[in-house]
Write a protein that binds this ligand. Structure first.
Ligand code: F6P
Length: 341
């Protein structure tokens, strides 16, 4: 079997571990050949690829980013790929394409699959918001990075008796904010799923100060926003899910809390540092398992599916299940978190 692999969309710690695993399983568990397309679907369309052998994936397990490069592709060019699905497979002689990516990439994978291309998807995102899988690799690394950052911010906040507002990634789902906030003992967590009232945050912080505590940390997802009429905030844009999107919530909220509390507040935007660097052992293991199962699924002819973690087992689920909606933070998870603010 000849396998094409690519990484598309935003990068994520663990991508290289999947590529390595695919190559190992294909070459040593089977007698396959593997080619890697550069810069995601762009390389597929433009004919930029290279043969992958065991040496080309040596030493990459712990390396962040992706050795293949990644890019986002406009919808029109994706259509072009779908319209030429058969020709693309014939051009490269591939029997299956394994795209590794997030919601956008899996939607593209589904489009290609519907157009007749044999596709096995592998989900990735630090946001952990892909439906159909309990976890995506990259999430554990992002939570670890964010937790360590908040741990560090607690000590400087205490020294200066400040309120720190830490903005983490998560445009549509607040999994990173929830788990990094819980793990680091943040005193407030704001997620996109549940509009927040700044008065509630002020209440928690004031109660802390009344108990003699001299600092507080609030962890806010980049996609979080205030409930209607609770604070002055510009007009957001409507995204493709029909959600209102605001920019710069960390900075705006820090300013608001400083004003309401009469205490110094500082915003800290973690940004892409959550996506870079070495994946955690958990993410390396999950990524390696996904790679193994993707190759096995290709041999079993489970096209139009993606690897998924259900409990502790890796299973295959239809791509259609993954892309219909995002997996968001349920209300009961927020209640658990709030009980320890
Ligand atoms: O989906 C992963 C993610 O890191 C989001 O959390 C974030 O909003 C987005 O990608 C950032 O994308 P870009 O790298 O294009 O700025």
């Amino acid at each position: 079997m000849r396998i094409g692999v690519l990484t598309a969309g935003g990068d994520c710690p663990g991508l290289n571990a999947v590529i390595r695993s695919v190559v190992h399983r294909a070459l040593t568990g089977h007698t396959d050949e593997v080619i890697g397309f550069e810069d995601g679907f762009v390389g597929l369309l433009e004919g930029r690829f290279r043969e992958l052998d065991l040496n080309s994936v040596s030493g990459i397990l712990a390396r962040g980013g992706t050795i293949l490069g990644s890019a986002r592709l406009e919808r029109a060019r994706l259509r072009e790929a779908a319209d030429n699905a058969d020709e693309l497979c014939a051009r490269y002689g591939i029997d299956v394409l394994i795209p590794i990516g997030g919601e956008g990439t899996l939607t593209a994978a589904r489009m290609l699959s519907d157009a007749g291309m044999p596709v096995v998807g592998v989900p990735k995102t630090i946001d952990n918001d892909i439906n159909g899988t309990d976890r995506t690799f990259g999430f554990d690394t992002a939570v670890t990075v964010a937790t360590e950052a908040i741990d560090r911010l607690q000590t400087t906040a205490e020294s200066h008796q400040r309120v720190m507002v830490v903005e983490v990634m998560g445009r549509h789902a607040g999994w990173i904010a929830l788990e990094a906030g819980m793990a680091s003992g943040a005193h407030g967590i704001c997620v996109p799923e549940r509009p927040f009232d700044p008065a509630d945050l002020v209440d928690v912080v004031e109660k802390r100060f009344a108990r003699g505590k001299k600092f507080a940390v609030v962890c806010v997802a980049e996609g979080a926003h205030p409930a209607k009429d609770t604070m002055e905030y510009g007009v957001g844009a409507i995204d493709k899910y029909g959600h209102e999107r605001f920019n710069g919530i960390g900075t705006t909220l820090a300013r608001e809390l400083e004003k309401r509390l009469g205490k110094e507040a500082r915003p800290v935007i973690l940004g892409h540092v959550q996506r870079g660097g070495v994946p955690t052992p958990y993410d390396r293991v999950l990524a390696t398992r996904f790679g193994w199962h993707a190759v096995e699924a290709a041999h079993a002819g489970s096209f139009g599916h993606m690897t998924a973690l259900h409990g502790t087992r890796v299973v295959m689920v239809p791509l259609a299940d993954a892309v219909t909606h995002l997996k968001t933070v349920p209300e009961d998870r927020m209640e658990e978190a709030e009980s320890v603010f």
